[in-house]
Design a protein around this ligand. Structure first.
Ligand code: SF4
Ligand code: SF4
Length: 396
């Protein structure tokens, strides 16, 4: 891994958010106070120094920004108000752009206009596809005025919407998989050049799943608020996962939901997930607007766009369900097009290229870190200590 300084790295990093560390004295208080930092993964001071020194290779090969859970304990402890929490957030955005082979993440995360424009374009494209489908591909094609005035159910779309949903979910999955391979190339064997035995990948295989589904490291942060934050984060993760899981494997549930009685478990699973998807993004937005805690003190546009989109997806999905249940066929048909125009950009853009990708990269980084630590430990065990080396061996 190159240790050469890259001029302009700091400016490059600053495209992705606040990185105002000129006041930093390198005192290390932030690293001492951080409960997630440890000997083999020391942060936030270390990755911030790498960026300041222009060490691009070490910065991109480091996993530390992903091990940070954005709690803000370090910023509270910093005697110079250098905002290390914000810098770590910026480094995560920068790393997402480095992993992404399409370079779209750089446009989405590096520019507020770029993100809004990309999301809007994909939303408009979805509207256009809905229109084209009704005007040209239905058994009985319609005119535009018929499309906006005809009372239709959803049944005519069922086979098409199944194929469309699977494609929309598979695209970000494939993109994230390719970017994970690039992340692996950059981050392993890592800045300490440890040799990683294949066995370590298998032994630590459960780490990614444990962190993906538990987010348990949040609970280690100091302030009491993070215990509640963990609960909310976990509930949101479960609600989103459940919705994606249902869409991927049980789409016919959605298509036949009206024939199920009110006590059917499918309905209540959907209602619980919808309630969580309404409450928690709203709570995040209120927190960020009121700036009551350190972690909400500064928000980049992408910090607001994700909860806003989640909220709109939940609201539009709920509206479709209510109007469908009330048999307002035309309203629910139009609302469903609106729902798709918000949900599809959320999945196609925010998941592989935007802030949402942290839900994927963080557990993978924790997995890679666990693999690296295991390899380091085994390497140390395999090396005989100085006292055990027989006399004369060294000179031989
Ligand atoms: S960011 Fe603040 S706490 Fe951390 S090393 Fe710099 S001055 Fe010290
Ligand atoms: S924000 Fe929290 S987890 Fe991240 S470096 Fe600071 S103290 Fe550690």
């Amino acid at each position: 891994m190159s240790t050469l300084a890259v001029p302009g790295l700091l400016q490059e990093v600053r495209r992705y958010g606040r990185f105002d560390v000129n006041a930093c004295l390198s005192c290390g208080s932030c690293t001492v106070v951080c409960n997630l930092s440890n000997g083999s993964a020391s942060f936030p001071r270390k990755p911030i120094r790498r960026a300041l020194l222009g060490l691009k290779g070490s910065l991109c090969g480091g996993l530390e920004p992903w091990l940070c859970h954005d709690c803000g304990d370090c910023s509270v402890a910093c005697p110079r108000q250098a905002e290390p929490r914000e810098s770590m957030m910026t480094l995560r955005r920068y790393l997402i752009a480095q992993y992404d082979f399409t370079r779209l993440a750089s446009k989405v995360l590096g520019s507020r206009i770029g993100e809004i424009l990309t999301l809007s374009l994909v939303g408009l494209l979805v509207f256009a596809l809905v229109l084209v489908y009704h005007l040209y591909y239905m058994k009985v094609p319609m005119t535009v005025s018929e499309f906006v005035s005809t009372e239709m159910g959803f049944e005519h779309m069922f086979p098409t919407i199944w194929n469309f949903t699977i494609v929309v979910l598979l695209i970000p999955a494939v993109l994230l998989l390719i970017n994970t391979i690039r992340m692996h190339r950059l981050a392993l064997p890592g800045n300490d050049h440890v040799k990683i035995p294949l066995r370590s990948y298998f032994v630590e295989a459960t780490t990614a799943f444990v962190h993906m589904f538990s987010h348990t490291n949040i609970r280690k942060c100091i302030q009491g608020i993070h215990k509640i934050r963990w609960t909310k984060h976990w509930l949101l993760g479960m609600a989103v996962s459940m919705m994606l899981f249902i869409k991927f494997f049980f789409l016919d549930w959605f298509q036949t939901d009206l024939i199920h009685p009110i006590y059917h478990p499918q309905r209540w699973l959907g209602y619980c997930a919808a309630a969580i998807l309404l409450y928690i993004p709203l709570d995040i937005l209120v927190g960020r607007i009121k700036k009551r805690v350190e972690m909400h003190k500064f928000s980049e546009p992408s910090d607001l766009i994700l909860p806003v989109m989640l909220l709109l997806v939940a609201l539009s999905g709920l509206a479709v369900h209510v109007f469908r249940y009330l048999e307002f066929a035309l309203t629910s048909h139009i609302l469903y097009a609106v729902h798709l125009a918000i949900a599809v950009p959320l999945v196609l853009i925010e998941l592989p290229f935007g802030k949402w990708s942290h839900a994927f990269y963080r557990p993978i980084a924790l997995y890679f870190q666990a693999v690296r630590e295991r390899a380091l430990t085994e390497e140390k065990v395999d090396q005989p200590s100085e006292e055990l080396v027989p006399a004369g061996v060294e000179s031989a």
